[in-house]
Design a protein around this ligand. Sequence first.
Ligand code: HEC
Length: 121
Amino acid sequence: MKTTFKSLTYLFTSSLLLFSCSSSSNDDLNPQVMIPVPIEKITYDNHIKTIIDDNCLQCHGNPTLRGAPNSFVSYNQVRSSINNILNRLNSSSNPMPPSGQINITLRASVQQWKDDGLLEN
Ligand code: HEC
């Protein structure tokens, strides 16, 4: 009985949430506006390394390839270039990677990492 009540409560709450979402104005649904706020601290080891590895190291590896001027394989290399990295991540006319901007959630994580003080771990 108790479980059933919990499930019902859950269902009820979920439908309330769904309802409130579907009745939002269009502005709230604009993906450029919905930047999720991460709950935990962003660190290089837990978040940033994967983003760089997946999107940058095919050129900014060690050795560098395809004309990339520098490596981003270590914490110190990424940290010391953070301002240039953020500029290029967010540039729409000259983005990095050159194939096009990575999604806004990943870019927001890199910004948040800087705002949190560029923690290594
Ligand atoms: C397909 C190869 C390639 C990929 C993938 C790539 N880059 Fe680059 N990157 C280059 C080349 C070539 C240059 C030099 C020409 C230029 O600046 O556009 C460069 C230059 C840069 C620069 C300017 C030089 C500097 O260090 O200040 C930054 C910053 C940068 N890349 C960051 C990144 C980041 C961050 C990623 C991943 C999100 C990335 N790049 C992915 C090829 C790449």
